[in-house]
Design a protein around this ligand. Structure first.
Ligand code: FDA
Length: 511
């Protein structure tokens, strides 16, 4: 314990000496600091990783400048302490702020600036900004520009862009990571790099390969995409008696083949009904890049069974649609996009890719599992196709392109504290995942890295992971791009300084 203490003291001294020109109290927080816990908790999105026994960082660093980030790398490297980098804190397994080995947290909360350039349709966005802030700042300058990224406004740019990032514009414009054109990062040597100085291999890796394996990404230059001043949205809820399962079955044939301007996802939610029994609701949510009178005939032609009426369609600006799809009531002020926190419940989630339509029987089994007496089960079906099929599997590390009909996201959430509740819900979702095995992608059973799931496999926390161990989860997230990610890793971080339970290993042999 005393050597632990010495490392901690030395590390602190390292920061104090390097940060001599700034008020250290604004940047370095020890566990004794009265703000330490508040800062740590500020963006934890899953309270499963915020308990008294959750391992905590030795220090929290909230850098104000890039040189503070460089010092964080050099000091922690010098004293053999790991770094966890946090932008928005939405990591499903808490990897951005929890580790079993001694670590410091570099929290990019002070890296939130966004500068939008409507002259060349681009923006520089710092990693600690949220998606909501990005949408808000774009809308401030233009009603006809957008950015194709996720639905939850409090998600951080840093994790989201480095892991892919999808939302309602995915079939039109691809992922957030597909629309990154430059980046600024600090590597394992503490050097600041941009696209030219990092080279195309590292630039490839950080757009979907998970940033945490390669360094600390400070900011991103993104391409803004054109949208019409008015878009149309709808949400149609269907229950069992209304043929919801048949509609969902049909959706699998329709949604991936719709025109790129029309994105139609399906969501199953388990809810308590008025009589107290559980029911499942299927909702079909759509974004159309055009007016309602053009959408109605498209739906009539492509999916008449859904029965969309003109009166179900609502016209609004694109930025207003981002509020709509996150369930804010109509008329909510855009200011909510600037809010960095959200309601926090305990949750566990998983993902799957579907290549062949699932039979009605298969869907019925899924539906019935949602009726189990668990607190909140939710399954989201997001269609692929369109632009997603045009981008090759190796364009960026995110490999799930042509041949995928849609992605499934399973989520279970609960409010009760403690390990018993947690185990019960996690075991429920694991059973659901086994049930789905015959219906989804195989060899590998693919998964989305931004829906991080440590059930898929992990590295040893001492960093001594074999290739054969890592490729189990690596191929699920990255398919054959995993080997190229390893080659990049060997080149830019051969000592495996930046590592976590699912970081890209720095070697290809062994094991
Ligand atoms: P966080 O800060 O937790 O980081 C996630 C990972 O990236 C960690 O490993 C972290 O170390 C690393 N990292 C973060 N910043 C870094 C940096 N600057 N440099 C290097 N590494 C860095 N996804 C999606 O595609 N579409 C969606 O609609 C949604 N919706 C959604 C809703 C909710 C409620 C949650 C909790 C999550 C989502 N997601 C999502 C998933 C989301 O994209 C994913 O969790 C992102 O990694 C979150 O990025 P944060 O910066 O918030 O996470």
């Amino acid at each position: 314990a005393s050597s632990h203490h010495d490392v901690h003291e030395n590390l602190l001294q390292c920061f104090i000496s390097q940060y001599s020109s700034i008020p250290i109290s604004q940047v370095v927080y020890t566990q004794n600091n009265s703000s330490y816990l508040a800062i740590l908790d500020s963006t934890i999105q899953n309270p499963r990783f915020s308990t008294p026994t959750t391992p905590k960082p030795q220090l929290i660093i909230t850098p104000l400048t890039e040189s503070h980030v460089q010092v964080a790398v050099s000091c922690s490297r010098k004293y053999g302490v790991q770094i966890r980098t946090r932008s928005g804190g939405h990591d499903y397994e808490g990897l951005s702020y929890v580790s079993d080995v001694p670590f410091i947290l570099v929290d990019l909360v002070n890296f939130q600036s966004i500068s939008v350039n409507v002259k060349d349709n681009s923006a520089w966005v710092q990693s600690g900004a949220t998606l909501g802030q990005v949408y808000y700042r774009i809308a401030e300058k233009s009603k006809t520009l957008a950015f194709p990224a996720g639905l939850c406004p409090s998600v951080g740019v840093g994790g989201h862009l480095s892991g892919g990032g999808y939302g309602m514009l995915m079939t039109k414009y691809g992922l957030a990571a597909d629309n990154v054109i430059d980046a600024q990062m600090v590597d394992a040597n503490g050097i600041v790099l941009n696209r030219v100085s990092m080279g195309e291999d590292l630039f490839w890796a950080i757009r979907g390969g998970g940033g945490a394996s390669f360094g600390i990404i400070l900011s991103w230059k993104i391409t803004l995409v054109p949208v019409p001043p008015i878009v149309t949205v709808f949400r149609l809820n269907k229950f069992l008696g209304e043929g919801a399962i048949k509609l969902l079955h049909r959706w699998q044939y329709v949604a991936p083949n719709l025109p790129k301007d029309l994105f139609l996802k399906a969501i199953l939610d388990a809810l308590p009904s008025q009589s107290g029994e559980r029911i499942v609701r299927a909702s079909f949510d759509a974004l159309f890049l055009g007016s309602a009178d053009k959408l109605a005939p498209l739906m009539e032609e492509g999916f008449p069974e859904l029965g969309l009426k003109l009166k179900d369609c609502i016209q609004m600006s694109w930025v207003e649609s981002t509020l709509y799809f996150y369930y804010f009531p109509l008329g909510t002020s855009l200011d909510v996009l600037l809010n960095r926190t959200r309601n926090k419940d305990f949750f566990k989630a998983k993902s799957d890719y579907v290549k062949e339509p699932i039979s009605e029987n298969g869907l019925e089994g899924l539906w019935n599992r949602l009726l189990d007496d668990i607190e909140v089960g939710q399954v989201i079906f997001s269609p692929y196709g369109g632009r997603m099929s045009e981008i090759t599997e190796s364009q960026i590390p995110f490999p799930h392109r042509e041949g995928n009909l849609y992605m499934i996201h399973y989520r279970v959430a609960w409010e009760e504290k403690g390990i018993i509740a947690s185990n019960m819900h996690i075991s429920w979702i694991r059973k659901l995942y086994s049930y789905m095995a015959p219906y989804v992608s195989k060899f590998p059973r693919a998964a989305y890295i931004n829906y991080r799931d440590l059930d898929l496999g992990t590295n040893h926390n001492n960093g001594l992971t074999s290739y054969s161990q890592a490729k189990v989860w690596g191929h699920k997230y990255f398919k054959r791009n995993f080997e190229r990610l390893i080659l990049v890793k060997i080149t830019v971080d051969p000592t495996n300084f930046f590592r976590n339970e699912q970081s890209v290993p720095a070697f290809t042999s062994g094991g």
